[in-house]
Design a protein around this ligand. Structure first.
Ligand code: CP
Ligand code: NVA
Length: 311
């Protein structure tokens, strides 16, 4: 069906810009078909996806399970600790074994290294369902939403406010770089994005015309923005640092005043779950510029496309 069959998606950079576009294009087709009443499109009839979670999930878990069912397939979902992984069976042995039962594995892990190892030893596609480093399936839905709402992606300016070293921010940077968008990250000192992520993004940007910048100045990031994006200041696994993070990142809260610095028709985005009153106030996330529920819905359509292409 495509050059993506059998491939892993553990980073946005696992795919070329053209391959990322092929996922977005199929997402649009599948969403249109779903809205015209085709609930089940059996592209993965009889196939099974294994979902492994080391951390909680609402959207990722449910959207992947529903996506597989709407494609005619099945899912098996398990918590990391209820598998023998929790008793010390290696990631490599788990990967070798699961590959004998299922057609693809999506995993949410603390350490990105575990995903790399899973992908190395599995003989079926491995999808990153969030790690400490990246959230690449989220970035697919995010840029699909931007494409849907703004009619284009190239040249669109995204301002991300908050933790610059956040998994969601990293994947957004790589996606913006791949698709020729502009992204400005406004964050506090010590919370800058991973230098390695920025390096890969800069390299991609040279051929796509993307622009990436990191600043401590909210106004600089948000001025002229088409999209204002934020995520939690305390990600899963960072609870012990909560006090320091909340103190350091408080200047990056998305308020009505911040939205007023962006273009008048700018949209507000958040991967969710939101910690209301911290990174975003109610009047913004519940306000007319917010597209967070469409963005969450698009997880389903984009993951259907991803699964159909990989599996
Ligand atoms: N955005 C996202 O991945 O949500 P969950 O943690 O609920 O899966
Ligand atoms: N950065 C957040 C994203 C949740 C979807 C976390 O890792 O907790």
């Amino acid at each position: 069906m495509s050059g993506l069959r059998g491939r892993d998606y553990i980073s946005v950079a696992s795919f070329s810009p053209a391959e990322l576009w092929s996922v977005l294009e199929l997402s649009r087709e599948l969403k249109l078909r779903a809205y015209s009443g085709e609930r089940v499109i059996p592209l993965l009839s009889g196939k099974t996806l294994m979902l492994i979670f080391q951390k909680p999930s609402t959207r990722t878990r449910v959207s992947f399970e529903v996506a597989m069912k709407q494609l005619g397939g099945f899912t098996v979902t398990a918590n990391w600790t209820e598998l023998q992984l929790g008793r010390g069976e290696t990631v490599a042995d788990t990967a070798r074994n699961l590959s004998r039962y299922v057609d693809g594995i999506a995993a949410r892990v603390y350490s990105h290294r575990d995903l790399v190892e899973l992908a190395e030893y599995a003989t079926v596609p491995v999808i990153n369902a969030l790690s400490d480093l990246e959230h690449p399936v989220q970035a697919l839905a995010d840029f699909f939403t931007i494409w849907e709402k703004r009619g284009r992606v190239h040249g669109v300016k995204v301002a991300f406010l908050g933790d610059g070293a956040d998994n969601v921010a990293h994947s957004l940077i790589l996606m913006a770089a791949s698709l020729g968008a502009k992204i400005s990250i406004a964050t506090a000192g010590g919370y800058e994005p991973s230098p390695r992520i920025l390096e890969i993004a800069e390299e991609r940007a040279r051929s796509t015309g993307a622009e990436i910048d990191v600043t401590h100045d909210v106004e600089h990031a948000v001025l002229g923005a088409d999209v204002v994006y934020t995520d939690v200041w305390v990600s899963m696994g960072q609870e012990a640092e909560a006090e320091r993070r909340i103190r350091d990142l408080s200047p990056y809260r998305v308020t009505k005043e911040v939205m007023a610095m962006a273009k008048p028709d700018a949209i507000f985005m958040h991967c969710l779950p939101a910690k209301r009153g911290y990174e975003v106030v109610d009047e913004v996330i519940d306000g007319p510029q917010s597209v967070v529920w469409d963005q969450a819905e698009n997880r389903l359509h984009t993951q259907k496309a991803l699964l159909a292409l990989l599996l």
